[in-house]
Ligand binder design. Structure first.
Ligand code: PQ2
Ligand code: NAD
Length: 195
């Protein structure tokens, strides 16, 4: 069973090995959370052109030297043996590695997720059904629409003020819990009460 954590990627070197559809999807997801990704591959699908500002492409077959300084590695070639070699090497070196065709060899996987500002909901099926993860994501995407970005920002601002104003923990908790019963419109009009 994998443990969910939210990790700060900006400070880590990330390398994806492979330049096909799966590698492209992983790169795009990383770039929602960090500025630069390195990609090593013998070939790249055209879609990579649209990412070229933010990725460093190295056109070569995988060699160990390319991931020497990488803390996060994705093995996404279509060669099972190469993916396995990358996975085993990374595990030995204590790197985080996602082997896209071998969950057992991976020490992290990439969940499906929706992101609305600072609201992040991620979904995993422990590798049993990525299709189900994708389906659940679509359902949640309808329920948690774009308005949640503003909603969460308001909640965050109000929370900081409530913490400053109320020392009594019970009262503080009561107010903070009651705020999430309000709709976005209600929260906008109550905003001044707390600021
Ligand atoms: C969530 C998402 C994130 C992402 O990849 O970005 C993701 N897979 C997605 C889609 C998807 N992947 C596959 C299909 C085809 C239909 C199907 O098989 O269901 C579809 C559906 C589609 O394309 O719509 C095939 C597939 N996937 C894996 C294998 C290998 C294996 O099982 O060993 C094979 C078979 C390869 C083959 O055919 O040989 C493995 C993994 N895929 C995972 C994540 C991890 C577990 C996540 C979980 O626990 O649920 C894990 C274990 C490792 C990892 O990659 O991290 C993304 C949804 C994007 C979104 O909509 O948000
Ligand atoms: N985890 C997932 O979500 C998921 C989904 C579908 C498929 N898969 C698996 O992922 C693998 C990749 O799928 P794809 O559709 O991206 O494949 P693909 O054929 O589109 O791309 C494979 C890429 O790997 C590169 N490559 C091959 N050998 C290499 C090497 N030695 N060094 C560097 N690069 C090398 C190729 O140039 C190509 O760019 C498949 O084998 C499949 O089993 C995983």
């Amino acid at each position: 069973m994998l443990y969910p954590i939210n990790i700060k990627l900006e400070e880590l070197e990330i390398t994806v090995v492979g330049g096909g559809k799966v590698a492209y999807r992983k790169c795009k997801n990383f770039l929602h959370f960090t500025k630069e990704v390195r990609v090593i591959s013998t070939d790249f699908i055209d879609a990579f052109d649209e990412l070229k500002e933010d990725i460093k492409l190295i056109k070569d077959s995988y060699k160990e030297k390319y991931i020497k300084n990488s803390s996060v590695v994705v093995a996404a070639t279509n060669n099972r043996q190469v993916n396995k070699e990358i996975g085993e090497h990374c595990r030995k070196c204590g790197k985080l590695v996602n082997v896209v065709d071998d969950i057992e060899l991976s020490n992290f996987t990439v969940p499906s997720y929706i992101k609305k500002g600072d609201l992040l909901i991620s979904i995993s099926t422990g590798g049993k059904s990525p299709s189900l993860s994708s389906r659940i994501k679509k359902e949640l995407d309808d329920k948690y629409d774009d308005s949640y970005e503003e909603y969460i920002n308001l909640l965050g601002e109000i929370r900081q003020n409530v913490i400053k104003k109320y020392d009594d923990m019970v009262e503080r908790k009561k107010i903070l819990n009651s705020l999430v019963d309000l709709t976005l419109e209600e929260l906008r009009s109550e905003y001044n009460k707390y600021i």
